[in-house]
Design a protein. Structure first.
Length: 194
């Protein structure tokens, strides 16, 4: 939650900063829909999903066909318990950056493809299984756990100029932990930058 507030506060203050900076930096907001696969050391879990109404985007242009895409987000979702799957509440805060290259397919179709790294801090609470009767399984609930991950990021974006001040874009991203027992995520977002 603190990350979300910090991102929103920064976005509200950055218009004056952006005017002072050169035109190589743009920032904005991106609502995202995410799907998670959790790697829990105790056992299997169901996939989780979440809609994040606001996350922050910062884009640094790096030449004609290159840029750095930075994304900050905070999510909170729950996965359902069963007799075999561990249910839990998940809170995740993250920041990732990727270098994207533009591919000019046609005059109007110019997608961006990128690779990068990210950082995610995750908190897993109320971890439990249930019996076939719907009660807590023996041994449940399990201890809460916290995980910090470095993630590999791959993404693709397509952007359109809405007017002289705003651009809109569609962003697809996959994140895979390369350290820790965290969650991999597939995300789809629609962003507005200025």
């Amino acid at each position: 939650m603190r990350l979300c507030v910090a991102v929103l506060f920064s976005i509200l203050l950055l218009p004056s900063f952006a005017q002072a900076a050169d035109k190589n930096m743009r920032f904005g907001l991106m609502p995202i829909v995410s799907r998670y696969d959790i790697n829990d050391p105790i056992g299997p879990t169901q996939s989780g999903s979440d809609v994040t109404p606001l996350s922050g985007v910062l884009i640094f242009d790096a030449g004609r066909d290159g840029r750095v895409f930075v994304h900050a987000y905070s999510t909170d979702f729950q996965v359902t318990a069963s007799t075999t799957d561990i249910g839990q509440k998940v809170k995740q805060n993250g920041l990732n950056a990727s270098y994207q290259t533009m591919f000019r397919l046609t005059r109007s179709i110019k997608p961006w493809f990128g690779l990068g790294l990210g950082y995610a801090s995750e908190r897993y609470q109320e971890r439990h299984r249930i019996t076939s009767g719907g009660f807590l399984a023996p041994g449940s609930p399990y201890a809460s756990r916290s995980v910090e991950n470095i993630t590999a990021v791959i993404n693709a974006s397509h952007e359109w100029q809405y007017n002289r001040n705003f651009d809109i874009g569609l962003h697809l991203q996959y994140e895979q932990p390369i350290s820790g027992d965290g969650a991999s995520a597939a995300r789809l977002g629609f962003y507005v930058v200025y």
